[in-house]
Design a protein around this ligand. Structure first.
Ligand code: ADP
Length: 270
């Protein structure tokens, strides 16, 4: 039961009573659980066949290099990118259930950020040819984080930047030092988000519902997952955005350093 208690005041602002409203939220909770169980079951069921499809498509990509018609290689590479995206969405969802059950540990190491950014943008390039992708950040920066989780975070943010810039445009993945932290950001010039929606974006299953986004598919878990993965790194995801102009999603990490150098000796500037 959810209980809301509020004072009742007269015209002179004097408290003359208390109102109590009790709502039975059992139904809502059960509905949410059913939704969770359903998505978890579907994700689980889809993962095995999709992983097999991915293996075969990867074989196909290899073999396509011997086919005379170059469009074979182009098409199979595109299928590979889309299947990879589906596998990673499902991995995200299944990973999320594990985080919520407290079953996920993070393994932090120092690693160079630029090669990871290259991997992420390479995957993005295969998905979209109408966006201009750019990496802006010092190549010698090493972050201290869980590399696989960081990859998931960046893939989600860059994937959203592409998805919510339906007419194309620039997407930047960048980083810079801000005093003792490293600020990592993903910037787009896409649909943007209203201030009211910005406060709800990171909730599970929340999706912005407007005309322009009606044909853009999704579960509404990407940003929730990003915020959970960042929480494991003692960080938070933040957003600056204006409807119709674009968005910047960013977060800060501790403990970065320059390759082979001292902690935080790098300016982070390109
Ligand atoms: P999904 O994309 O599956 O809906 P997310 O949790 O990743 O789920 O995003 C939640 C909502 O936030 C999306 O429905 C979308 O409207 C909005 N959003 C996320 N990233 C962007 C972005 N880069 N630009 C504009 N809107 C975004």
């Amino acid at each position: 039961v959810s209980l809301t208690i509020s004072p009742i005041k007269d015209d002179a602002d004097e408290i003359i009573g208390i109102s109590k409203i009790a709502r039975d939220i059992t139904e809502r909770k059960q509905e949410e659980k059913r939704k969770n169980d359903f998505v978890a079951m579907v994700s689980h069921e889809l993962k095995t066949p999709l992983t097999s499809i991915l293996l075969y498509v990867q074989l196909l990509v290899k073999k396509s290099t011997n086919v005379e018609d170059p469009s074979f290689l182009g098409m199979s590479t595109k299928i590979e990118a889309y299947v990879k995206r589906m596998v990673s969405m499902i991995t995200d969802y299944l990973g999320l259930s594990r985080i919520e059950e407290g079953k996920i540990d993070i393994q932090k190491t120092h690693f160079a950020l630029k090669p990871l950014a290259d991997e992420v943008m390479e995957e993005a390039r295969l998905i979209s040819s109408k966006h201009t992708l750019e990496i802006v950040g010092c190549e010698t920066v090493e972050v201290y984080a869980d590399r696989e989780k960081m990859r998931q975070i960046l893939i989600n943010l860059v994937g959203n930047a592409l998805k919510y810039s339906p007419s194309g445009g620039p997407v930047t993945l960048g980083w810079e030092s801000t005093s003792d932290k490293l600020r990592i950001y993903v910037k787009d010039e896409g649909l943007g988000i209203t201030p009211a929606d910005q406060t709800k974006l990171f909730q599970r299953f929340y999706r912005v519902d407007d005309e322009e986004r009606q044909n853009i598919a999704g579960f509404g878990i990407g940003l929730y997952l990003v915020s959970e993965l960042l929480r494991l790194h003692d960080s938070t995801i933040e957003v600056d955005s204006k409807l119709g102009e674009g968005s910047v999603f960013y977060f800060h990490l501790d403990g970065h350093r320059s390759i082979g150098g001292d902690l935080r000796s790098d300016s982070g500037k390109p």
